[in-house]
Design a protein around this ligand. Structure first.
Ligand SMILES: Cc1cc2nc3c(=O)[nH]c(=O)nc-3n(C[C@H](O)[C@H](O)[C@H](O)COP(=O)(O)OP(=O)(O)OC[C@H]3O[C@@H](n4cnc5c(N)ncnc54)[C@H](O)[C@@H]3O)c2cc1C
Length: 431
């Protein structure tokens, strides 16, 4: 076998991370500057919109159908793509290193590569914050990428089937963190239980005991009161046990120890808190306490011509607090940075500093239902919505993301293909 020697790549604009923010930026720059001047690097071969991961967990969304290959996206949007994981950065020397890519057997399929650049944009996202909780690493599932979502989907599918044949006929699932992900997942799992039980003989029916644990006094922190209240009512109706004001102190196999006592659990899913990768602290850039790269109001890092956006960046928000890790923030920052970089190319003055505009948020509650509040204007008015309209708007966020990277025609075709498939087989969960 030929030896795999290190190679060097160069691009004027290098973007690391092709998620909700990085891919949008690569597409906007690529369409204007072309493949010789824009390079996107990601450690995965396919792109999945992260806010839809809980649907992959529940099995309502097919991860293979929804995963868009980066090489196809690169061709369509005029950028180059390199598979690889950022391993080191020499900010002054304007070069970075990508770790070798290994196959499933640990064999090197692509060697370590050096990438030189004029401008670098870091958009590597963030993982979960376990807050140093004992046992959490070993005994909880997290949903950080499509592989995690598929793994958890398989575990849940097995557990649902196993529960139908168990003596006790009970499956206990605990979700730690009652933010949007935890709440949406609880609703999806309840709906999955209803679907599965409906397909079983009466003597195989089993109970699903769902608990949602949250350290804060209320669920969906930061959401308008009306949204929190409706979501709480919906979860009560579904029989989800809400344990707010509850601190998780330890996770063991089969149970969770909390400030309010022990909670038995066959499966524990951790959705609370975000924390960026430790590698950020070794890049020679200023970082914050959640390992995020500190940026100013123009998304500039502490090094010249290096920017960061999305979940991996600690960007100033209103008041003293940094902007939250949300897809909406990442997308708006990507659009802003595209304007900044294209203005530089054209020798024009840079746009005004970045200002995040809250567009509202939507919480899907399983069974084709959702609640949310959308911004009605720049003055901060909010419109409360629920039911089918909110569910439809929730789906339109994904369509909007696809439109930005695939164009209108392909987005319509993809949506139609999905509708035809669900029309043919019905909407199924944990199948
Ligand atoms: C289950 C779930 C549900 C969510 N629901 C919502 C929601 O309803 N609304 C909302 O606004 N937000 C939601 N979020 C948050 C939202 O998904 C993130 O805020 C958003 O995806 C951040 O975008 P990003 O571009 O910063 O990072 P990401 O979208 O996370 O993308 C990061 C990319 O970087 C790549 N990468 C990481 N490290 C490296 C490396 N070292 N080298 C190369 N590539 C790397 C990854 O493969 C990935 O493609 C949800 C998140 C989860 C997990």
């Amino acid at each position: 076998m030929p030896s795999k020697t290190a190679t060097t790549l160069h691009s004027d604009h290098v973007i690391i991370g092709g998620g909700a923010g990085g891919l949008l930026l690569a597409a906007r720059l690529g369409r204007r500057l072309g493949p010789d001047r824009v390079l996107l690097v990601d450690r995965a071969v396919t792109h999945i919109w992260k806010p839809s991961l809980h649907e992959i967990v529940a099995g309502t969304r097919d991860s293979h159908q929804d995963a868009l290959p980066y090489p196809m996206l690169a061709r369509r949007n005029g950028f180059r793509f390199a598979l690889g994981e950022l391993a080191a950065l020499d900010a002054e020397g304007r070069r970075l290193t990508l770790a070798p890519v290994l196959d499933a057997n640990g064999e090197v399929i692509a060697p370590e590569r050096v990438v030189t650049f004029r401008r670098l944009i870091l958009a590597t996202g963030a993982g979960t914050n376990l807050f140093g909780t004992k046992g959490a690493d070993a005994h909880t599932f997290r949903i950080e990428d499509a592989d995690d979502a598929r793994r958890l989907n398989r575990r849940l599918t097995d557990a649902f089937l196993g529960a139908a044949f168990s003596e006790e006929r009970v499956l206990r699932i605990s979700i730690i963190g009652a933010g949007p992900t935890g709440v949406q997942l609880a609703a999806e799992l309840d709906a999955a239980h209803a679907d599965v039980v409906a397909s079983l003989a009466a003597d195989q029916h089993f109970e699903l005991e769902l608990s949602l644990l949250e350290m804060a006094p209320s669920i969906l922190g930061g959401q308008p009161e009306a949204v929190t209240r409706r979501a709480r009512t919906a979860l009560d109706r579904l029989g989800v046990r809400l344990l707010t004001g509850t601190e998780v102190t330890r996770v063991r196999a089969g149970s969770i120890e909390t400030s309010k006592g022990k909670v038995p659990a066959d499966i524990v899913i951790w959705t609370a808190g975000a924390k960026a990768d430790k590698i950020n602290t070794s890049l020679g850039l200023k970082t914050g306490k959640l390992n995020q790269i500190v940026v100013n109001e123009r998304l500039e890092t502490s090094a010249t011509d290096i920017w960061a956006l999305g979940d991996c960046a600690e960007a100033p928000g209103p008041g003293e607090r940094p902007l939250p890790p949300r897809a909406q923030v990442a997308a708006q920052q990507a659009k802003y940075l595209a304007r900044v970089l294209l203005a530089r190319e054209a020798g024009q003055t840079a746009p005004e500093p970045f200002v995040f505009r809250e567009r509202g948020s939507l919480i899907s509650l399983g069974r084709e239902e959702a609640v949310g509040a959308v911004q009605t204007g720049r003055k901060g008015g909010r419109l409360f919505i629920e039911g089918m309209i909110a569910d439809w708007l929730q789906m339109s966020l994904l369509l909007d993301h696809h439109r930005a990277i695939l164009g209108v025609r392909r987005t319509v075709l993809l949506a139609l293909a999905r509708m035809l498939q669900t029309g043919g087989t019905g909407r199924t969960r944990l199948h």
